[in-house]
Every structure is written in C-alpha cells, then in structure tokens.
Design a protein around this ligand. Sequence first.
Ligand code: PEP
Ligand code: MG
Length: 454
Amino acid sequence: VERLIKGGDDAVSAVIAAASTIAADFSAVDDPYLNARADDVHAVGRQICLVLLGQGEVNLETIPQGAILIADDIGAWDLARAPLKRIGGVVCGHGGATSHIAIIARSHGIPAVLGLGDRINELRAAKEVAVDGNAGHVIADPDEATRSDFNKRVEAAAQERAGLKVFKSVTPKRADGTVIEVAANIGSLEEIEAAQEAGAMGVGLFRTELLFMRHMHLPSEDMQAETYSALARAFAPHSVIVRTLDIGGDKPIAGIEFPDEENPFLGWRGIRMCLDRPDIFKKQLRALLRAAVHGNIKVMLPMVSEIAEVTRTRALVDECAAELKAEGVEHASFDLGVMIETPAAVLIAPALAKEVAFFSIGTNDLTQYIMAADRLNPTVAKLNDVTNPAVMSAIELTAKAGVAAGIMVGMCGEAAGRPDLIPAFIGMGLTELSMSPASIQRAKKTIAAIAAER
Ligand code: PEP
Ligand code: MG
C-alpha cells in the first residue's frame, strides 16, 4: 500500500489494489481452504477502505428477527448472503418486479416492494412498516385498523398455502395427457430443499451467477463440477437445466474485467462474454460434462441473439469432451438449449429450433428488450409488462417455432409462475414452466384446473 501511495495512488485505490494482489495469490493455490482466505483478504481490505472513507459498514448479519430492509438499492449478492430467514420484508427505491432482488425475495417467501423511487425517503423515520408484496403497498407506522387488516391477510395467505400442499405430488397434465413439467428456478444448493418440499419436477433454471459472485475469485472446475453433480443427483430422474454464466457490466464479479459501458444491458454479457473468455467458459462446460454422469443435466445459453453463438458453443463443448476423454476423466453428453430473451432470438426461432434441443423463454429480459424498457427502472415499470400484446405475441411466435420443430418449449421468466397467464402459455404449447419454489403448488393447481375444465 505504501509503495502504491508513493507512486501516486490515493489511499483507497492503493488498499484495493494491494488486497487484490494478495487475494490473487490465495486464489491461485490448489487448495479450497486457502482459496477461501482470498475472501478474508478482500473483506479486510474493504474494512480499511470504509475507515479511510469515514463510512461505517452496513452489516446485515446482526439484524433482528422480522426486520424490514429499507434501502435505495441493495446488491443482489448482498441480499442473497444475508440471513434471509430473519428478514421480514424488503423495500427498495430502485428496481422492479423482475429484478434479481425481487426474484431472491420471492423464492424465499419474503414480501418485497421495489421501485418506490424517492418515496423511499418517507420511510426514514418509520418504526414499523406494513408491506404488501402482492399489491406493492408500503405503509409507514400503520394504525390499528391497518394492522388488523394486514394480520388478517397474513393469516388468510398462510391458510391458502396450507391448502395448496395437496398439489405437491400432483403431476399436472394437459387435457390431451401431455405432462406439464413444473420445475424450480434456483441459484444455490441451499435452495434444493425448498424446491423439493414444494414438489418441483426438476430444475428449469439454475442461475450460476451466485456461484461466481459468492467468492472473490472465480470458482474452480472441480468446485463447479461438485455443485452441478449435487444438483443432478438431487433431482434425478428429473432434468436440471443449468444456465451458463449470465453476467454483465451491471453486476461485475471478481476475476473478470468488464469495460465501462453506457448500456450494460445491451453490452458484453451472457453468452457474448463467455465466448470471448473461453478460459472461463470452458471450465464451466467441462464441469457440466463431468456432472452429466450423475443425472439428467441439460445446459442452456443466456442472451442468445444469433445462431453462431450456438454453433461456437457446441464446438467448445466438443473440444472440452475431447480433452476430458484424453485425460481419462469421466463425463457424459448433455442436451443444449437456449433462452429466448432477445427479440433477435424470437425472430430467428424457426432456424434456432433446428440447432437446439429446447427453448426456455426468459420473459424478464424478453419483456425489457421487446418493450425497450429497462427492467430495473421504476419510471418505465408500466411498459415493462409481460402481458403487453407485443410481448405475448413474441412468446407465441417462439412457441409456434419450437412446437413446429418438435422441441420442448418452456419458460423460466417470472411470468411462468403467474396463474393468470399459465392457461395462455399452455394453450400456446409450452410444456415446461419453471418458477420460484414458492409458486409451484399454485401453478400445479392452475394447470390441473385447466385440464378439468375441458
Ligand atoms: C429472464 O430473463 O427471464 C431470466 C429468467 O433470466 P434472468 O432473470 O436471470 O435474467
Ligand atoms: Mg435473463
């Protein structure tokens, strides 16, 4: 640090740089215990920087039971590693219903209201807050009547949840007998239990970002192989669809340098970044090939916008398989599919369907790109609506192309768990819906009711 400061760096930059250098040495060692010490070094560096800047560290570790987090914005990873069981609610100035904060809250059954804008400041002095995540209402210091109304509704929701339990083991079918897979969206091994408890028929979206964001260094191939294998084993014979790393400049991770971008959502992210960094991508693909031995692993690519991205990935998968074979490492092949979440992918869906084993419609991004309305920007939240006819027709076009080609068409965006939309999606030919575990039983009930009506 001293050397860097003498060289002209400011103290904070010098501490960050020095901590990164030391942490990198720990990360490079072939030992998981020592690797994890890199995180400690970063944590110490961070503490020193906060002291230098005269700021206190916000620590979620010690929050009391039932506390409601109120912030202008919270990093997705900060929330994911917080003691979620103790969090009673989340209220943010920034974000929207499909931002990752909302997705994490939803999958843990935490009421959340996002996109409050400047109104977040009105909550500064509140001692108690009533949060209705369904309606998007936040009431500071509720009076007796409001309290009693909320308590009644909490009770009614608990009763509804209890009533849905009978759907846990239901295998929902379309009127013609086709099984509709109702699968779980998860982002870590810790969520397996909740998914199984809910009655998930496999995993329709395993977001691998957390694996990469959790540590302050890139996860090794072995660590990834272990994680994907554990998932495959947990849900076999159901399939586990692992999405390859979907990260961009808006959520940087240690170990990958992202350029400064004016529009990170239109930038170097998802499959684009992975194909440019085969050193990172091949580790993940090798780990997936190794895990495929242990169950029904499928792999899907995020942010696809042209066919070459699929053919180039397939070439890399073949290269990885050949390497593993030469090294005598056990591995198996997997089905390769794509997320449909860019308008380009929708428009080339008939051709894309000939190249892949399945489609999974990512309505969160598809909506923001079709409507040209940032999914994190509360000011355009109205436009960011999956039920807009433009988005629904994009979903229908995708389904038609997939059904015509005879491949599975599923959905893993947040819309997949909406009982009001599920009948339309089933009508379009979707046979897999993947959602937060908390939505699974209600979705099964909805599908069973459609078949019964016929
Ligand atoms: C989506 O875009 O719909 C999706 C499922 O992926 P994510 O929310 O992680 O972008
Ligand atoms: Mg997406």
